[in-house]
Design a protein around this ligand. Structure first.
Ligand SMILES: Nc1ncnc2c1ncn2[C@@H]1O[C@H](COP(=O)(O)OP(=O)(O)OP(=O)(O)O)[C@@H](O)[C@H]1O
Length: 292
């Protein structure tokens, strides 16, 4: 399968933080693949999402490369994450040599869904306008077309009354409904990559399962690549083809969901699995296609 994304020797350090948030990460993500990134709090999961999306603060030190395979240019293009550019002044010749380079744009090429939908939704703009704005900006649709697309998206994310929701403000919706709206906005420009960073962590178990199922369906229907970030290995196993296990900024294990769930190599992965034993390990293994 073609790699959509190749991460090479990637390290990230935040200013004022002695420890590197990511250490020498190498990871290929295939086009159309669903990959889960799991690990405990502080393991570097969100940093990975932010560096891929080019959203790290400019003060963060980034080393290494993220290469994108884009159909637009029909070849592989390398980009230095935007926030590293000022620090790359000594290497600009090399950077110029790689022209034309493809710099993915958040919203257009990468859809992002975070834990707290309230933080990504504008409280004083109607839901319909927020989704339509993404389609208007990134797809160049005129406003009537953009609003029509917003309505279709609200139907696709299964909001109970899409017509009413178009005119609603975020505070009038439940947490699960807001997350559906955030997902609709994230996929409004048909991004190649959807990053869901703890997108279900703030929701109760039933709504969590509904959102996971929704993400699975949308990713399949639109042929998106999924980076699903979670601290919950059981949830990750529900929809990932492969699981990447992070600890203290390092990628300690990478394997198919069945392999990770049934025969983990790393002691830390085993500990994450053990935390689920007696709770939902068997269903998780069955879902992952492993023999129990
Ligand atoms: N803006 C920042 N400035 C300084 N240090 C940061 C910043 N953001 C994250 N860090 C540090 O980087 C490391 C990795 O954090 P990160 O948020 O990527 O982990 P995480 O696995 O996503 O954790 P969580 O599940 O709690 O969100 C941690 O030590 C964290 O304290």
């Amino acid at each position: 399968m073609t790699a959509l994304l190749s991460i090479r020797d990637l390290s990230v350090a935040y200013r004022g933080n002695g420890r590197e948030a990511l250490k020498n990460i190498n990871l290929d993500v295939a086009a159309g693949e669903r990959i889960a990134v799991i690990g405990e709090s502080g393991s570097g999961k969100s940093t990975l999402a932010l560096v891929i999306a080019g959203l790290l603060p400019p003060s963060a030190r980034i080393e290494g490369h993220i290469d994108w395979q884009t159909t637009e240019f029909r070849s592989s293009h390398s980009f230095a994450p935007p926030s590293v550019l000022p620090e790359m002044s000594g290497r600009t010749e090399g950077a110029k040599d790689r022209q034309p380079k493809f710099v993915p744009l958040g919203g257009r090429d990468i859809g992002l869904v975070f834990q707290d939908p309230s933080a990504s939704l504008d409280p004083v703009m109607t839901v319909g306008k927020q989704i339509a704005e993404v389609a208007h900006t990134h797809l160049g649709l005129d406003w009537p077309q953009a609003f029509a697309r917003a309505k279709t998206l609200l139907e696709r994310v299964r909001l109970p009354d899409p017509d009413a929701a178009m005119h609603a403000y975020p505070h009038q919706l439940s947490g699960g409904q807001k997350q559906r709206v955030a997902i609709a906005a994230a996929i409004a420009a048909s991004p190649k990559l959807l990053i869901a960073d703890e997108a279900t962590s703030a929701l109760d178990t039933i709504v969590q399962a509904e959102i996971v199922s929704l993400i699975r369906q949308l990713v399949a229907e639109d042929g998106m690549t999924l980076l699903f970030i979670s601290h919950d290995i059981a949830l990750a196993a529900e929809l990932a083809d492969r699981i990447a296990v992070f600890r203290h900024g390092e990628l300690v294990e990478l394997g198919t969901t069945a392999q990770i769930a049934s025969a983990p190599h790393h002691v830390y992965t085993r500990a994450l699995l053990d935390a689920h034993i007696g709770l939902d390990t068997e269903p998780m293994l069955r879902r992952a296609g492993a023999s129990v």
